[in-house]
Design a protein around this ligand. Structure first.
Ligand SMILES: C[S@@+](CC[C@H](N)C(=O)[O-])C[C@H]1O[C@@H](n2cnc3c(N)ncnc32)[C@H](O)[C@@H]1O
Length: 245
């Protein structure tokens, strides 16, 4: 693995293309709408800002955005886009990196909390966010519910994508709440592989991490349009709040 983590030059070069469905305005607009509302007249902090999928349209809506990002390659892609130079990026680990000033909202989308592969790092991330929020500020996470119900007894693999040139499956390690997402793709006639480790966590565990950081759950939906979170939901959008005083 390079200093850029799993999102190195090779991955950054094709990130927008391989995640194209996540850049669809139908996906992005509800995210931005909610973040605009939560930001109010304050600033927004994106953890794992990537190539600016959410940060750029949020900034275009008048919200000052700052990002924390491990990967120089991803940040360079953001900077090269129109408006990208106006978004400050701190290169570092969002579990520990600090940024000047405070924010009315911090957000961590597209399962990125799971990139922290230990419980200690995830706890540190909540504490780091709380330290950056102004009183009454919110932390928003979008993340999948662990897909264990879809595993047959004793099974450890779950296919999440099959198409003409791309295949993906998750490999679960239930003892350690670990999961490796394996991606295989045919690029220019050659097979490429990317395997990224994650640590999955239940909503209740994230609530406890928020509690340890002095925040309380304000909302939990199954999507950005504020759909109800139910036993059938495969993901959640959760909002924790730092006390107003
Ligand atoms: C799935 S991408 C999401 C990017 C962007 N938020 C989006 O929604 O398109 C995850 C991003 O988080 C970054 N990342 C992963 N772990 C990180 C960490 N510990 N600290 C900072 N950035 C991290 C990766 O480099 C990558 O750019």
């Amino acid at each position: 693995m390079s200093d850029d983590g799993y999102f190195d030059e090779r991955v950054a070069a094709r990130y927008d293309e391989t995640s194209a469905e996540m850049f669809d305005p139908e996906v992005v607009d509800p995210v931005v709408d909610l973040l605009v509302e939560l930001a109010g007249s304050g600033r927004a902090l994106e953890l794992g800002i990537g190539t600016g999928r959410i940060a750029l349209p949020l900034a275009q809506r008048g919200v000052p955005v700052h990002g924390i990002e491990l990967s120089n390659a991803m940040a360079a892609k953001l900077r090269a886009k129109p408006g990208g130079e106006d978004i400050g990026v701190t290169i570092g680990d969002f579990a520990t990196a600090t940024v000047d000033g405070t924010f009315s909202v911090a957000y961590l989308v597209f399962n990125t909390i799971l990139n922290l592969t230990t419980q200690a790092a995830q706890v540190a991330c909540f504490q780091n966010v709380a330290a950056h929020l102004e009183p009454g500020g919110c932390f928003v996470i979008e993340v999948g519910v662990p897909g264990l119900q879809e595993l047959a007894p004793g099974e450890t693999f779950r296919v999440f994508h099959v198409s003409e040139n791309r295949w993906g499956f998750d490999e679960y390690d239930v003892v350690n709440q670990g999961l490796i997402s394996h991606h295989f793709e045919i690029v220019d006639g050659r097979a490429e592989r990317l395997s990224i480790p994650f640590r999955y966590a239940w909503p209740s565990e994230l609530d406890l991490m928020a509690q340890l950081a002095g925040m309380t759950l304000r909302e939990r939906w199954s999507g950005w349009k504020q759909e109800p979170f139910t036993s059938d939901s495969d993901k959640h959008v959760s909002v924790w709040e730092k006390p107003a005083s």
